[in-house]
Design a protein around this ligand. Structure first.
Ligand SMILES: O=C1C[C@@](O)(C(=O)O)C[C@@H](O)[C@@H]1O
Length: 254
C-alpha cells in the first residue's frame, strides 16, 4: 500500500486508519445541525449520505446544501455519497441522474471525494472518475453486500477492479453471517493490501460480528473506518470517541 491519498490536511494510508462520520439528515436544517455537531467531534473526514436528503433529485438544492455544509465544516474533508437502495442506501435514482448528481458535486469545488458504486456501467464509472480528477476530487469506488460475505477471491477481485477503473480508494463493505466470514474479509483485505494494491483501500465487515474489522485496519490494511455520531448509516458503526480511543491504543502498539 504505497501511495497515500491526501485530502486537505488528512493523509489516508498513513498511520492509524482515518475516521469518517456520515451525515444522514433529511432536511437542510437537520444537515446544518448535524454538521455543526460533527465539527465538535474528534474525526478526520465527513461523509454526506445525500441519498437521505429529501431534495436529492433537485440539483440546485443539493448544491445549496453543499455550500452550507462546506461552510460549517470549514477545513474537514467531505465525501459525497449517493448510496443506492440496492447497495443498502435509501433511494434509487436513474443512472443518468446518478451520473449528473455526482458530476455536479465534483464540479462545485465544495467536496473532496465522491463515492461511485462499482456495480454501474464501466463507462459511467470512468466518466465520473475523469470528471472528479479534473476537479481535483478523489474517488472511492465502492461495493456493498448487505446479505452476505462473498468468497475471498471475489472480494479481492472487486477491489482490484475498483483500482483498475481508477478509484483512488477501492472500498468494500460486506455482511458476515459467521465469525468465519469476518476472517474472510480480513484475509481478503490483507491479501489485497499486501499483494495487489498500489493505493489505500477501505474494507469492513458489518454489524456486531464485524466490529473488529472496523478497529484493526492498521494491522490488516484498511485505511479508513466509519464511526457514528448520533445515528449510524450502517450496522456496526461504533461511536466516534470510542473508535478514536481504540485506534489510538492499537496504533501506539503497532
Ligand atoms: O460505504 C460506506 C460504508 C458503510 O456502509 C459502513 O458499513 O460503515 C457506511 C456508509 O455510509 C458508507 O458509504
Amino acid at each position: 500500500m504505497a501511495k497515500i491519498v491526501k485530502v486537505k490536511d488528512v493523509l489516508i494510508g498513513e498511520g492509524a486508519p482515518k475516521i469518517c462520520v456520515p451525515m444522514v439528515g433529511e432536511t437542510l436544517e437537520q444537515l446544518m445541525e448535524e454538521a455543526a455537531h460533527l465539527r465538535t467531534l474528534d474525526l478526520d473526514i465527513v461523509e454526506w449520505r445525500v441519498d437521505f436528503f429529501e431534495h436529492v433529485e433537485d440539483l440546485g438544492k443539493v448544491k445549496e446544501a453543499l455550500i452550507e455544509i462546506r461552510s460549517i465544516l470549514a477545513n474537514i474533508p467531505l465525501v459525497f455519497t449517493f448510496r443506492s437502495a440496492r447497495e443498502g442506501g435509501e433511494k434509487e435514482i436513474s443512472t443518468a441522474s446518478y451520473v449528473e448528481l455526482n458530476r455536479m458535486a465534483a464540479e462545485t469545488g465544495q467536496i473532496d471525494i465522491i463515492d461511485v458504486e462499482l456495480f454501474n456501467d464501466e463507462a459511467d464509472v470512468k466518466v465520473l472518475v475523469e470528471a472528479a480528477h479534473k476537479h481535483n476530487v478523489s474517488v472511492i469506488i465502492s461495493n456493498h453486500d448487505f446479505q452476505k460475505t462473498p468468497p475471498k477471491e471475489e472480494i479481492v477481485s472487486r477491489l482490484r477492479k475498483a483500482q483498475e477503473l481508477g478509484g483512488d480508494l477501492p472500498k468494500i463493505a460486506v455482511m458476515p453471517t459467521s465469525t468465519a466470514d469476518v476472517l474472510t474479509l480480513l484475509d481478503a483485505t490483507r491479501t489485497m493490501a499486501e499483494e495487489y494494491a498500489d493505493r489505500p483501500i477501505i474494507t469492513m465487515s458489518m454489524a456486531g460480528k464485524g466490529v473488529v474489522s472496523r478497529l484493526t485496519g492498521e494491522l490488516f490494511g484498511s485505511a479508513l473506518t466509519f464511526g457514528a455520531a448520533k445515528k449510524a448509516s450502517a450496522p456496526g458503526q461504533i461511536p466516534v470517541t470510542e473508535l478514536r480511543e481504540i485506534l489510538t491504543v492499537l496504533h501506539s502498539h503497532s
